[in-house]
Each structure stands twice: as structure tokens, then as C-alpha cells.
Design a protein around this ligand. Structure first.
Ligand SMILES: [Ca+2]
Length: 338
């Protein structure tokens, strides 16, 4: 009889342990996304940009609709290029205006631009060119757009595979840009290789993720006017006047970090090659958790208790699974052990 009590106890203990490992409630909200890049929401509907030039809208009940984006220039077919960054204007519900970053094909050369899109409920039409003529290259277009807590538009621009441009103060390549009140853009920070994510914490501090050259991926605390070192230093290297990263993957590991967002005071970073969501405590400057098992992750979005994220297994660099790519909705149990 004692043995049965013992087995019963072990069974209960095992059951509790299993419960703890399944602390996250995960729902698949959409499937069949095509190389999705940015995810945002108007508070009700989720909008996802797709690299080939469409925006898919997804309702909370999972119904989805892929809508065309009418652009004034053809999209570049360079690697990593296409319709990339996409954010709604803070007054979207009345203005029906959004911002987009895309890499256009100008006579065979990839060239990045930032435009406004006007939404009529069925499709998106390019209206105004805010910035164009950013020469890009075969890779490293950057492309993330984000709106600061003050309502200011920010953009990341890659070095276009010309590393020296990241240190050229008269080039927008290898920079994080901010839009000024007069509508023009200025360089906010320089010395970036291929910055991919932007996120502000509750205190208004800005962070960016960046792809290193063979590993050496970085998470940087972005402060106006600073030089983040590429190509003079990277990863754990230091030099006077150049800003070292807050966190780096080091020279033996590749995250390929992409979009990121703060959620309950932790920084969630999508990792492509790393095939995970890295959860960082920026005050402790450490990774506190890793969410894995979904393949390459491109971007994240936080709203209320939910964290939304999109996989990126269909862009030619991953191993697509059935119904990829997907939009997931994750309910994080804030009491679960990290
Ligand atoms: Ca750096």
C-alpha cells in the first residue's frame, strides 16, 4: 500500500512540474503568411507587412485578409529587400495613414525610401515620399520603422554592404534616423552594420538590435549623437569614443536579432538564425529567458497581457513547416519562473 502512496505522490509532483513548464498559453492566430516582416495593430486589428508588397490584416478571431500595397516604384528583388518597416500613424483611426520603409529597384539598383500609405479599407496607396535615394546594396537594408513615445518616427538603415559608409557622417547608411518637425530626417546615431529592431522602455530609453558580422550580434542602448563603432569595433571590442553594446551574442553565437518590444519591463527580441525569442532584463544587462520551438522569429508586438509574434521560415533562409509563416499570440504568465 505504501508503494501506491509513493507512486501517487510522484505522479502529483510530475504533474505539477509539467504544469510549470507550460506556463505560456499560445494561440495560432494566422497561418500562410508570406515572408512577413513587421507586425503592428490599431488596438483591434493586427497588420503585418509582407516582403513581396502586401499587408495582411488579422482579426482577433483569426480571420485574415491579404491586401495590396500600391507603391510608386517597383520593389527590389535583392536579398533581404522588399516591403519592410510598417507602422501606423498615431492618429491612424482618423487619418488612415501609415508609414512604410521599402527597398525599391531603381534601374537595377536597390534604393531605400520611407513613404506614407493611405488606407481605404481594401488597399494601401503610397501618398507622400518622406525620404528617398538611400543607396543600398545586395544586403543590409535595415528597414525598421518605429514611433517614439513622443510620436516621432524613427528608422534603421543598414550599411548596404558598404561598411565604411557607417562612419560617413554625410551618408544615411549604417545609421538610425529620426524625423524632424520640418519633415526631414537627421542622423540620430551612427556606426551601425544592419540595425533591425527599435524599442523604448517605460522610462523612454531607446534600444536597438543589430546583426553582427559572423556572430557578434548586438543590443545597443541608443543615445543621440553616439557612434556605435561599426566597422571599427564590434561585439566585445572597445575603442575610445565608440559605444560598446549593452549585450552581445559574442563571437561564437549568432542570434540574428530582428524586431523587439518591451513587455512587462522585459525586452523581447525576435531572433532569426537563433530561432527563439530572447527575453532580456536591460537593467541587469542579461538574458533571463529564451522562448524556442517556433523557428525563425521576425517581429513582435505587445498589447495588454498578450505578446504577438510572427515567424519567418518562408523567406528562403529557413525550413518552412506546414502552414508557415504564422502569427502567434502568447499569454505570458507573469508569475511563472523565469
Ligand atoms: Ca557596435
Amino acid at each position: 500500500m505504501k508503494r501506491y502512496y509513493y507512486l501517487f505522490f510522484v505522479f502529483i509532483l510530475f504533474g505539477c512540474t509539467q504544469g510549470h513548464t507550460e506556463e505560456n498559453q499560445v494561440d495560432i492566430l494566422a497561418t500562410g503568411l508570406a515572408a512577413p516582416w513587421s507586425i503592428t495593430s490599431d488596438g483591434t486589428t493586427i497588420f503585418i507587412s509582407e516582403r513581396a508588397g502586401t499587408i495582411t490584416r488579422v482579426e482577433q478571431n483569426g480571420s485574415m485578409q491579404r491586401q495590396p500595397v500600391q507603391l510608386s516604384k517597383p520593389l527590389s528583388n535583392a536579398a533581404e529587400a522588399g516591403l519592410l518597416g510598417f507602422v501606423l500613424s498615431p492618429d491612424f483611426n482618423s487619418s488612415h495613414t501609415a508609414y512604410a520603409f521599402y527597398t525599391a529597384d531603381l534601374d537595377g539598383a536597390p534604393s531605400s525610401r520611407i513613404v506614407t500609405l493611405s488606407y481605404d479599407g481594401a488597399m494601401w496607396n503610397e501618398r507622400e515620399v518622406l525620404l528617398d535615394g538611400i543607396q543600398s546594396g545586395p544586403v543590409h537594408h535595415g528597414g525598421r520603422l518605429a514611433i517614439s513615445p513622443e510620436g516621432v518616427l524613427f528608422a534603421t538603415v543598414g550599411d548596404g554592404a558598404r561598411p565604411e559608409e557607417a562612419q560617413n557622417p554625410s551618408s544615411f547608411n549604417g545609421k538610425i534616423l529620426t524625423r524632424q518637425q520640418d519633415g526631414t530626417f537627421r542622423i540620430f546615431t551612427m556606426g551601425h552594420r544592419n540595425p533591425q529592431g527599435l524599442a523604448w522602455d517605460a522610462e523612454g530609453n531607446l534600444y536597438s538590435s543589430e546583426h553582427g558580422q559572423s556572430a557578434n550580434d548586438e543590443i545597443n542602448l541608443i543615445q543621440e549623437g553616439l557612434n556605435y563603432g561599426w566597422p571599427l569595433i564590434e561585439g566585445t571590442e572597445t575603442a575610445p569614443g565608440l559605444q560598446p553594446p549593452l549585450l552581445t551574442s559574442g563571437s561564437n553565437e549568432t542570434w540574428a536579432p530582428s524586431g523587439m518590444v518591451f513587455h512587462h519591463d522585459l525586452l523581447y527580441v525576435a531572433a532569426l538564425r537563433g530561432e527563439r525569442i530572447l527575453v532580456m532584463d536591460v537593467t541587469k544587462e542579461e538574458i533571463v529567458r529564451s522562448i524556442e520551438g517556433y523557428g525563425r522569429i521576425r517581429d513582435l508586438y505587445s498589447e495588454g497581457e498578450y505578446l504577438y509574434f510572427i515567424t519567418n521560415n518562408t523567406d528562403g533562409r529557413g525550413n518552412p513547416r506546414k502552414d508557415d509563416d504564422k502569427l502567434y499570440r502568447l499569454m505570458l504568465d507573469s508569475f511563472s519562473p523565469l
